[in-house]
Design a protein around this ligand. Structure first.
Ligand code: PEP
Length: 248
C-alpha cells in the first residue's frame, strides 16, 4: 500500500538552534499525524544531533557520496550516512543536477549505493521550464527514470520513493496545477507499472514538490496519484509543515 509521506528539505538554511527547534517542533506533533510519515532533511552538520535528540523522527540526508570511504575531501560517505542513523537520502534534486552537475549515471550510482546500505532513496525528477513550454515534459521525466532508476530490480524499486518536482515550480511560488501534477504522477505510476507490474507501482509513493504550501497542499494531496509532498520553503516553520502534513 502506498504510504502518505510529507518530507521537508531544509536545504542550506538554518543555524544550529533554529534547526534543533524545528526538529523538536516536528517531533512533538508526530503522534497527531500517525497515518502520515514525516521525514526531515536537515543540513548534514546538524543531522547527527537531530537524530540523537529526536527518537522516532525520520531524518534523511540531502546529499552523500556513493562510496564507502576514501580520498574524497569534503564529502560524506554513504556508510557514514547510515552510521549516524539516517533513514533516507535525496537523490537527483534539481539543485544538485544543475548547480553540482550530477548527471544520470552518477545519480544511478547514488541510488545503488543508498539501497546497498539500507537507505531509502527519494528520487527527484522533473522538467525545466523550456521543456514544459514545448510540451515534452512526459518524455523528459520518463527518460530521467529510465536513466537512473529503472535498472533496479522490482524488490529494490519497491524501497524507493519518487518525488516529481517540476524545476519551474521549485522555490518560485508557481505551483503546478492539480491537473499538471496528477497527469505527471499518473504517467510515472503507469511507467513503473509497465516496467515492474501493477503490484509494484501500487506500492510506491510519488510525492509532489515545487512551491507546495499550507494553502495548496490539500488540493494537491487529493489527487489520486499524489501520495504527499517534498516541501522546501514551507518546511522551515513547524506550523506550516504540520498544516501540510494534515492536509490529506
Ligand atoms: C524542493 O526544493 O524540493 C522544493 C520543493 O522547494 P520549494 O517547496 O521551496 O519549492
Amino acid at each position: 500500500m502506498r504510504k502518505k509521506i510529507v518530507a521537508g528539505n531544509w536545504k542550506m538554511n538554518l543555524l544550529s538552534e533554529e534547526a534543533f527547534n524545528l526538529a523538536n517542533g516536528v517531533s512533538e506533533v508526530l503522534a497527531s499525524v500517525k497515518d502520515v510519515q514525516l521525514i526531515v532533511f536537515p543540513p548534514a552538520v546538524f543531522a547527527s544531533s537531530i537524530i540523537e535528540k529526536n527518537q522516532g523522527l525520520n531524518v534523511g540526508l540531502q546529499n552523500f557520496y556513493p562510496a564507502e570511504k576514501g580520498a574524497f575531501t569534503g564529502e560524506i560517505s554513504v556508510s557514514q550516512v547510515k552510521n549516524i542513523g539516517a533513514t533516507h537520502v535525496l537523490v537527483g534534486h534539481s539543485e544538485r543536477r544543475a548547480i553540482f552537475n550530477e548527471n544520470e549515471s552518477f545519480l544511478k550510482e547514488k541510488v545503488d549505493a543508498a539501497l546497498l546500505h539500507g537507505l531509502i532513496p527519494v528520487f527527484c525528477c522533473g522538467e525545466p521550464l523550456e521543456i514544459r513550454k514545448v510540451n515534452t515534459e512526459l518524455s523528459y521525466v520518463k527518460q530521467q527514470l529510465i536513466d537512473s532508476l529503472f535498472h533496479l530490480s522490482a524488490e529494490e524499486m519497491m524501497k524507493c520513493i519518487v518525488a516529481y518536482e517540476p524545476v519551474w515550480a521549485i522555490g518560485t511560488g508557481k505551483t503546478a496545477t492539480v491537473e499538471q501534477a496528477e497527469a505527471m504522477h499518473k504517467a510515472i505510476r503507469t511507467w513503473i507499472a509497465e516496467q515492474y507490474g501493477k503490484e509494484v507501482s501500487e506500492e510506491i509513493s510519488i510525492l509532489y514538490g515545487g512551491s507546495c504550501n499550507a494553502s495548496n497542499a490539500k488540493e494537491l494531496f487529493a489527487c489520486e496519484n499524489v501520495d504527499g509532498g517534498l516541501i522546501g520553503g514551507a518546511a522551515l516553520q513547524v506550523d506550516t509543515f504540520i498544516t501540510i502534513a494534515q492536509a490529506f
